[in-house]
Write a protein that binds this ligand. Structure first.
Ligand code: TXA
Ligand code: MG
Length: 329
C-alpha cells in the first residue's frame, strides 16, 4: 500500500512530514517534490533501500543516482574531497537545480553510483524536500520518480500514475517550479564536463569557474543515464525546428498533437495543439506535463517545436530531442 501524504510547501506540517521521513529512516521508499521534478528517495547509506529504487522504477542497474542533501556541509562525508571549483558553484547555485559529481567516499555504497568511483550530489532548495531530508537525518539517494523511460513527473498525480503500489509513500506537495531535471556537472575531471544541461546554464557556470567542456568525451558515456530511452509518452514524438513548424500536416487515421512554441496558431495544423508557454521558463516548467497530457488526449504523434539554443533553451532542446529519440521532422 502506498500512503499519499499531502504537504503544503508554504506551511509545512512537520508532523505529517515526519511520517515520510520515518519511511526513509526505516529503509523504505518515499517520493517527494523538488524544485526540478519529483524524486523517489531512499536512505543513501542503506544499500538494500537503494536497491529497491532500481526495482520500483525498472531502472537499469548501471544508471547511477543523485544523492540529495539539505545543508551544504553534508557533502563532506559523501565525497573524498571537495574540489576547489566546487566552492563558487556551491555558494552561487546551492540549494538549487545543480548537481555536482565528485569522487565518492567509502561511506556511500557503490550501488548508489552504479559502481562508479564518483557520486552525484545536490543540495535541494524545495522546502518540502529540504525539510524531509533534514528530518530523515540521512542523505537521500533519488532519481526522478517515474517508471524508467517515461517523462519525469512534475505533479504528484503523475508520480501516482507510475508508482502507486510500488513505493511506501508519495508526498503531494504541488507542482515543481523548474519542471526539468537539474544541470549535471562532472567535477571529477578538469576542465569540468557538462553531462546534462538544466536550469543552471553553461553560461552561468562558466561565469563562476571559467571554461567547462560542453560534451562528454567519446567512449563509454560518462553519464550512463543519457544513453537510455527518455521522457517517452505513448505517442511517437518528433522534434521540429521553429522554421519548419509550418510543415506539420494532418495524417489520415492518426491524431496529430503539436506542442507549439514561438509560432502563431494559423501557421500550424494539427488535431490537438498545446501551447508550450510564452517563454523558455514556461516551456520547461510544463514540458513533461504536456507530454503526458498529449497521451491522455489520445495523440498518436506529437510534433514538438524546439526553442532556440542558448541559456535554458539548451536544456529544453535536450529533453525534447531525447523524448523524440533523435527523430526530427
Ligand atoms: O533534478 C534532478 O536531478 C532530479 C531530482 C529528483 O533531483 N533527479 C534526477 O535523477 O533527474 P535521475 O536519476 O533521473 O538523473 C540523474 C542523472 C542520470 O543521467 C545519471 O546517469 C547521472 O545523473 N549521474 C548520476 N550519478 C552520476 C555519476 N556518478 N557519474 C555520471 N553521471 C551520473
Ligand atoms: Mg530520470
Amino acid at each position: 500500500m502506498t500512503k499519499i501524504i499531502k504537504i503544503n510547501p508554504y506551511d509545512i506540517d512537520e508532523e505529517s512530514l515526519m511520517e515520510a521521513a520515518d519511511v526513509i529512516k526505516h529503509g523504505g521508499l518515499c517520493a517527494f517534490p523538488t524544485e526540478t521534478v519529483y524524486g523517489l528517495g531512499a536512505n543513501a547509506y542503506d544499500m538494500e533501500a537503494v536497491q529497491k529504487i532500481f526495482k520500483a522504477k525498472g531502472r537499469p542497474q548501471d544508471n547511477p543516482l543523485i544523492v540529495h542533501i539539505s545543508r551544504a556541509e553534508d557533502v563532506y562525508p559523501i565525497v573524498k574531497r571537495v574540489p576547489e571549483k566546487a566552492h563558487p558553484l556551491m555558494e552561487r547555485f546551492w540549494g538549487g537545480p545543480l548537481t555536482l559529481i565528485m569522487e565518492r567516499s567509502g561511506k556511500v555504497p557503490p550501488v548508489v553510483s552504479a559502481g562508479l568511483c564518483t557520486v552525484a550530489v545536490r543540495l535541494v532548495a524545495h522546502p518540502v524536500a529540504n525539510a524531509l531530508i533534514r528530518l530523515a537525518g540521512v542523505p537521500v539517494a533519488a532519481p526522478s520518480a517515474n517508471i524508467s523511460g517515461r517523462p519525469s513527473p512534475t505533479i504528484a498525480r503523475h508520480v501516482i500514475e507510475d508508482l502507486n503500489g510500488r513505493v511506501d509513500c508519495i508526498i503531494d506537495g504541488g507542482s515543481c517550479m523548474y519542471g526539468i531535471e537539474s544541470t549535471v556537472l562532472d567535477l571529477s575531471v578538469d576542465p569540468p564536463v557538462l553531462l546534462r544541461p538544466g536550469a543552471i546554464t553553461s553560461e552561468e557556470i562558466e561565469e563562476a569557474i571559467g571554461r567547462i567542456s560542453l560534451k562528454a568525451g567519446d567512449g563509454a558515456p560518462k553519464s550512463p543515464g543519457m544513453k537510455y530511452t527518455h521522457y517517452s509518452p505513448k505517442a511517437t514524438v518528433f522534434a521540429v525546428e521553429i522554421d519548419r513548424a509550418n510543415k506539420v500536416s494532418k495524417l489520415s487515421g492518426k491524431r496529430v498533437g503539436i506542442l507549439s512554441y514561438g509560432v502563431s496558431k494559423d501557421e500550424i495544423c494539427g488535431d490537438i495543439v498545446l501551447s508550450a508557454g510564452k517563454n523558455i521558463r514556461e516551456y520547461a516548467a510544463c514540458l513533461f506535463y504536456n507530454l503526458r497530457e498529449f497521451d491522455s488526449l489520445g495523440a498518436d504523434v506529437i510534433y514538438a517545436v524546439l526553442p532556440p539554443s542558448g541559456g535554458m533553451g539548451d536544456a529544453v532542446r535536450n529533453r525534447v530531442i531525447k523524448a523524440a529519440g533523435g527523430k526530427f521532422l
